[in-house]
Structure formats: C-alpha cells, structure tokens
Write a new protein. Sequence first.
Length: 154
Amino acid sequence: MELIPVNPENRELLWNIHQKYLYEMTNYYDDEMDMLGNLHYGYFDDYFTDPKRKAYLLYEEKALVGFAMLHPYSNLDAKPDHVLAEFTIFPMYRKKHLAITAAQMLFQRFKGSWEVKYNEKNLAAKALWHKVTEEYGPRRTRLNDTETVLSFCS
C-alpha cells in the first residue's frame, strides 16, 4: 500500500473520486446534489490552502484503491494530532482487506492522538473502525443519534 500526497496537480482526481464517495455517503446522510450534480463539501478547497489539512491517494500495486483526508480539528472540542475526516476504499477493493491495511498504515505513520468519526448506520465502517482501533483502546463518544467518534493514541 502506498500513500501518495495529493497536490494541486492531482486535485481534479481527488475531486472526482471524492464526489463518488460523497454520493455513497448519501446512504447515511441527507445531502442533496447541486444544479451540476455535485455534492457539496465545504472543506474541499481547504485541503489546498490550509497546511494543516492533508489528503492522500491510496494505491495498491499501482491501482488507485481509495483516499484519506486528515486534519487536526476536533469533533470533541479536544486537541487531537489527527482527525480522519474522510476515508474510503473503493467498493471493488473492499473484500481484499485494504481498508485495514491503509488504516493501520495511517495510524503508524502519523503517531499521536486521533479521532475517527463514523455513522452508526454504516455498519461496515463501524465494524472496520472498531477492529482497527481495538489495539489502541479507543474512547467512544456519541455525538448525536447517528454519529460516534473514537479517540485514541497510536
């Protein structure tokens, strides 16, 4: 697995795959498309202007299999080193356990305190995050009826 930093040259690639991810997330959130068929993500441009925000393309054997977007802005009014804002492995690669590999790689490469938020209705994401954070003994905090944050140190 390779983590390739997103830069201005591959911004359009991130935009395109991020839109597909946002569309998939409409299974769990009531987001609507704009007049051009895009889903709004208010922080997308910030990943190219805010030096504290980082995005990575995930490659396995030269195939683009997903992406991860990180920042340090807490969901819990804490001061984490890293917040996993967005993360996906594309559906065709999910049965290969690449999400586990990618998440473990992120937690090992970027040591420190973490927050990972998931939607309780997204049972696959819930299972993934509980499995890959188990060794860190995460604290679980319910934000609302549908969202939970795992906080831990890697």
